[in-house]
Design a protein around this ligand. Structure first.
Ligand SMILES: Cc1ncc(COP(=O)(O)O)c(C=O)c1O
Length: 381
């Protein structure tokens, strides 16, 4: 059996260990410390545009606190992109609120601004004004942020960007995570940079970021004893994880280059297979970090399905994954409103994510490509 070719595995740069050693040497083994502060500063500087950052325990925790800070409560409604990972929607449930799912448009695979507006109008007509819009930058591809923000402003509904997969991507030259009222990032082990597990809340509103740090450390009031006037959470990032993050920040530009290079290889070497289409940047105002290289298999005769290809590659120990199953199709969310035109369902049916790690070798990429080509040649025979 070949060595496993993973979808996306951690890729250390080298200096992570020095930061980690420093944390040990100084005995900052806690959910606070100089590396947490340093990592927040590194991220804020990198994203620019006057944002502030709170380093937290996960992307999911960050999204949960974003909803808490926006005052999302029981029976409120929150609009969420349907084509995403369940972590985009779960925090809506933590608050006892109702998710309202919106379909994608076929260019970026992200939330359709037209369907977003249709959904808002319909919710308003039912006497329910959504409390927030969660838009996702899937696999690193920027959503149509100008149009999403236009709708948000028109109806005065705040936007939370789920940029868990999109650190380093830009739209019109500006980093994702700096468009919405708030944004979240993830540093889970499979992301473009990792802290093993971790996340961040991002906002230009410094008060919100200060509040998120307070809520993330059990909402302790200023008092010599333990006093609490609000419900708190244990959501802060540890100094150990942040030390890894500081090392990873040094190689982030290289990681973006490497993931984009994977994508270029795939598009170039699979260009002669007309059934394969890619999740491409619609024009040069979109810049994706290509966290994952995603394809669709548009085979009208149904000779090759995404599942057949997934299983064929698995035989050679190559990990490929279906595109996220849309939230409105998930048993846990099926009872909630959905505004769609079939785009996400189609992408789920024909989509596949290819091995995309920044640590893939040229040989491994070529092997994946040859196995994909092989699927087509054997299906023709
Ligand atoms: C789109 C999306 N949103 C949210 C998350 C949640 O991030 P975390 O795993 O850090 O909680 C992830 C990744 O896991 C994700 O891919």
């Amino acid at each position: 059996m070949n060595k496993k070719i993973s979808l996306s595995s951690p890729h250390m740069g080298g200096s992570e260990f020095l930061f980690l050693k420093n944390a040990f040497d100084s005995n900052w083994i806690a959910p606070l410390g100089p590396h947490v502060d340093g990592f927040e500063k590194d991220l804020a500087t990198y994203l620019g545009n006057g944002v502030h950052v709170a380093a937290l325990s996960s992307g999911t925790a960050s999204l949960h606190l974003a909803l808490v800070i926006l005052g999302v409560k029981q029976n409120d409604e929150v609009i969420c992109q349907s084509l995403t990972f369940s972590a985009s929607a779960n925090p809506i449930m933590y608050q006892g609120a109702t998710p309202v799912f919106v379909d994608s448009e076929s260019q970026t695979w992200n939330m359709s601004p037209d369907l977003l507006e249709i959904a808002i109008k319909d919710r308003l007509s039912k006497g329910k004004k959504p409390k927030a819009i969660i838009v996702v930058h899937l696999y690193g591809m920027p959503a149509e942020m100008d149009r999403i923000m236009e709708v948000s402003r028109k109806y005065q509904i705040p936007v939370i960007e789920d940029a868990a997969e999109a650190l380093g991507s830009t739209y019109k030259g500006r980093k994702l995570g700096t468009f919405g009222d708030m944004a979240i990032l993830s540093f889970n082990g499979n992301k473009i940079i990792t802290t093993s597990g971790g996340g961040a809340l991002v906002s230009k509103n410094e008060d919100w970021i200060i509040k998120s740090r307070f809520l993330a450390t059990q909402a302790r009031d200023i008092a010599p004893h333990y006093q609490h006037s609000q419900v708190g959470y244990n959501y802060r990032m540890s100094n150990i994880c942040a030390s890894i993050g500081r090392g990873q920040m040094e190689v982030l530009p290289l990681r973006i280059y490497q993931r984009r290079k994977n994508f270029t290889h795939y598009t170039r070497l699979l260009s002669n297979i007309s059934n394969i289409q890619f999740q491409i940047e619609p024009d040069d105002t979109f810049f994706s970090n290509h966290w994952l290289s995603a394809i669709t298999l548009e085979d009208e005769e149904g000779k090759i399905t995404n599942d057949m290809m997934r299983l064929a590659l698995a035989e050679d120990n190559i990990e490929v994954r279906p595109v996220w199953k849309p939230m409105h199709m998930q048993p846990v969310f099926s009872e909630f409103p959905f505004y769609g035109d079939g785009t996400a369902e189609h992408l789920f049916k024909v989509g596949l994510c290819l091995p995309s790690g920044s640590n893939l070798t040229e040989y491994e990429i070529r092997m994946v490509i040859s196995k994909i080509k092989n699927c087509f040649s054997t299906s023709i025979v």
